[in-house]
Design a protein around this ligand. Sequence first.
Ligand SMILES: C[S@@+](CC[C@H](N)C(=O)[O-])C[C@H]1O[C@@H](n2cnc3c(N)ncnc32)[C@H](O)[C@@H]1O
Length: 235
Amino acid sequence: MSIEVVEVRPHERHFGVYALKFEDGSERLATRNLTPGKRVYGERLVKWGGAEYREWNPYRSKLAAAIANGIKFVPIQEGTHILYLGAASGTTPSHMSDIVGERGLIYSVEFSPRVFREFMEKLVDQGRRNVVPILGDARFPYQYAHYVKGVDVAYIDVAQPAQAKILADNADYFLKPGGYVMLVIKAMSIDVTAPATETFKQEINTLKERGFEILETVHLEPYDTAHAMVVARKR
Ligand SMILES: C[S@@+](CC[C@H](N)C(=O)[O-])C[C@H]1O[C@@H](n2cnc3c(N)ncnc32)[C@H](O)[C@@H]1O
């Protein structure tokens, strides 16, 4: 039998993020479900105060891991337009879709046709109208330049080498002046022989060289080994 939720309250720092409190005193992150009754990855749904919330699992979503680890600033709120590179089957994009609401947009780029089909089934076919699915390769932003309008945030989680470069190339095309980038660094996919901190430094240097001011870096352990999240702003 699952334990009961005894309180749902807004997160003290992040817009559109909630804390679910359980009867045993434990707490979990959640977002308010934009498509009530529908799940994306088997997450728990909680009805509270006339709304429905989706539990946000930090072991499944690196943005949730960064929030659970105390990231201070997430540049996402109601109405934010986001370019999401490496959308996979939509776990993190679905929570962003909850947060930005009907006035926001998540341009979601994924290059694997099989995974993209899952994304379509789980998000688009389920009625998330603020998601724009793009089957494309993030290394070649010109391929989808005609679909994407200026964005407030560019987010990357492609688990491939040269992520900072790919992110900066996309920012050159699509990021509005003063916009933000969020970079998930997976040390192993960049250089398996280098220690994680070395790899993190290299990727951060690439962002600095491309004109970004680094605002924050958060490690994602214990949720993800050798991963970090970097938030930066275009100077
Ligand atoms: C770690 S998963 C992303 C998980 C997702 N961000 C989430 O939190 O829900 C990485 C995804 O990036 C995709 N990917 C890798 N290289 C890519 C590229 N160059 N362009 C687009 N997608 C890419 C992979 O197919 C995979 O689905």
